[in-house]
Design a protein around this ligand. Structure first.
Ligand code: CA
Ligand code: CA
Ligand code: CA
Ligand code: CA
Length: 92
């Protein structure tokens, strides 16, 4: 995928077509032709999570450090994994 300039104010890509005009990082390059959709410095080809929050600090694979299970979503499952790493298994 090659990054190309938008053809106009309503078109984020020339080729390929960017049908829904989605532009996750709002940089004027539609997601369909943006080499780094989430603008985290990790190109899509190497980014394990293409839609990490804008401005977040990411690891070399483009994921958030707090995303312990690598599913691109930070939630209670990640909290459980991190808690386990710090405290060990919980014994009732
Ligand atoms: Ca973009
Ligand atoms: Ca990226
Ligand atoms: Ca990312
Ligand atoms: Ca996760």
């Amino acid at each position: 995928m090659q990054r190309r300039p938008p053809s106009g104010p309503d078109d984020g890509c020339i080729m390929p077509a960017n049908a829904d005009q989605a532009d996750f990082d709002d940089d004027g390059f539609g997601d369909a032709c943006d080499d780094d959709i989430d603008d985290d410095g990790v190109l899509n080809d190497s980014d394990s999570c293409d839609f990490t929050p804008i401005g977040a600090t990411v690891q070399p694979d483009g994921t958030l450090r707090s995303d312990a299970d690598g599913d691109c979503d930070v939630d209670l499952f990640d909290f459980g994994i991190l808690q386990h790493e710090f405290t060990g298994p919980v014994h009732p």
